[in-house]
Write a protein that binds this ligand. Structure first.
Ligand SMILES: O=P(O)(O)O[C@H]1[C@H](O)[C@@H](O)[C@H](OP(=O)(O)O)[C@@H](O)[C@H]1O
Ligand code: MG
Ligand code: MG
Ligand code: MG
Length: 290
C-alpha cells in the first residue's frame, strides 16, 4: 500500500493523469491502474492461490521489479496471531483492493481525501485492513508528502495512528460530497447533526471516525462497493467501532458476492452506540433499501 502511494504521488508529479471514463461520474487514472498493478503483483507473488479482487479489474502484473514488495513489517509479524485465524486457509480468504479511493478528488486536487485500501475477509467477514494515505502531512510548498499507513486486525488491534474519540456534547456526521440526493439528505436530517462533513473517499470518511473528527458516517445510497468498505470496516471494527448497511446488518465479503453495497453505509466511531443510529433510520429509508 505504501509503495502504491508513492506511485500515486509520482503520477501526480508527472502531471499526466491518463484519465479514462469507466462510466458516468466514474473516472480511472494512470495512478489507479499502476497502483493496482503494484499491489496485485506483490500480493499474488506471495499468495498465488488467494482470491484478490481489485476495483480496476484484472491487472497486468508484469511490473517494474521495484513495484513488487515482498518485505513484511516485522514488528507486526512478531505479534501474537489471534487464535481464531490459526486454522485459516487460502480458500477462506478474499482480498479486496481499492488501489486509489477518491479518484474524483485526486483529479480535483483534494489530495488528503485519497487513500489506498487493502481489505482481508476471512469466511466472508472483513477482519484485516490496511489504509494508506499517500498525502498525509502534505506540504503544498515543497510538494513533499510522507504518507501514513493505518492497519487493523479484528481480535488483535490497530496500528499506525493514534485513535481519538469524537467530542462529547455535539454530533458530527460525515457523508458524501458528490453523490447526495433526497434520501441521503433525509437520512442525515433525522439526526439533526451539529455539523456535516461532506468529503470524498470511503476510506477517508472512516479515518475521520477513527481520529475523533466525526461520530458517524451516514450514506443512504448504494454508491459504494466492497473494495471501498472492506479495509475501512476491518480497521474500524478492530478499533471498537462498527460499519454495517443502513439497516444495521453486516455486509458479506466472500469473493463471489456482488460488488455493490446495495443497502448504503452506516458506520459509527468507537464508543458510539451503533444501535441508537440504526433505530433512528426512518421506515421510508428502510423500505427504499429493503
Ligand atoms: O475508488 P473510488 O472509485 O474513488 O471510490 C469512490 C466510491 O466508490 C464512491 O462511492 C465514493 O463516493 P462518495 O464520496 O459519494 O461516498 C467516492 O468518494 C469514492 O470513495
Ligand atoms: Mg473508482
Ligand atoms: Mg473507492
Ligand atoms: Mg478506487
Amino acid at each position: 500500500a505504501t509503495r502504491a502511494g508513492k506511485i500515486i504521488r509520482d503520477v501526480m508529479s508527472r502531471g499526466e493523469l491518463g484519465i479514462v471514463e469507466k462510466g458516468k461520474n466514474d473516472l480511472q487514472t494512470e495512478a489507479d491502474r499502476s497502483a493496482q498493478r503494484c499491489i496485485m503483483a506483490s500480493l499474488s507473488r506471495q499468495y498465488p492461490t488467494v482470491a484478490i479482487i481489485g476495483e480496476e479489474g484484472p491487472s497486468n502484473c508484469e511490473v517494474p521489479s521495484d513495484w513488487v514488495v515482498t518485505d513484511c513489517d516485522q514488528t507486526i509479524l512478531s505479534l501474537q496471531c489471534p487464535s481464531e485465524y490459526l486454522q485459516v486457509t487460502d480458500k477462506d480468504i478474499a482480498v479486496w483492493v481499492d488501489p486509489l479511493d477518491g479518484t474524483s478528488e485526486y483529479t480535483q486536487g483534494l489530495l488528503e481525501h485519497v487513500t489506498v485500501l487493502v481489505g482481508i475477509a476471512v469466511k466472508g467477514r472483513a477482519v484485516g485492513g490496511v489504509i494508506h494515505q499517500p498525502y498525509y502531512n502534505h506540504s503544498a510548498g515543497t510538494g513533499e508528502s510522507i504518507g501514513r499507513t493505518f492497519w487493523g486486525l479484528v481480535g488483535l488491534g490497530v496500528g499506525g495512528f493514534t485513535p481519538q474519540d469524537p467530542p462529547p456534547g455535539r454530533l458530527i456526521i460525515t457523508t458524501t460530497r458528490s453523490h447526495s440526493n433526497e434520501l441521503v439528505q433525509k437520512a442525515l436530517d433525522v439526526f439533526n447533526p451539529d455539523e456535516v462533513l461532506r468529503v470524498g473517499g470511503a476510506g477517508h470518511k472512516v479515518l475521520l471516525l477513527m481520529e475523533g473528527k466525526a461520530h458517524a458516517y451516514v450514506f443512504a445510497s448504494k454508491g459504494c462497493k466492497k473494495w471501498d468498505t472492506c479495509a475501512p470496516e476491518a480497521v474500524l471494527t478492530a478499533l471498537g467501532g462498527k460499519l454495517t448497511d443502513i439497516h444495521g446488518n453486516p455486509y458479506e465479503y466472500d469473493k463471489d458476492v456482488q460488488h455493490t453495497n446495495a443497502r448504503g453505509v452506516l458506520a459509527t466511531a468507537r464508543g458510539i452506540s451503533h444501535a441508537s443510529f440504526v433505530s433512528k433510520i426512518p421506515q421510508e429509508i428502510r423500505d427504499a433499501f429493503a
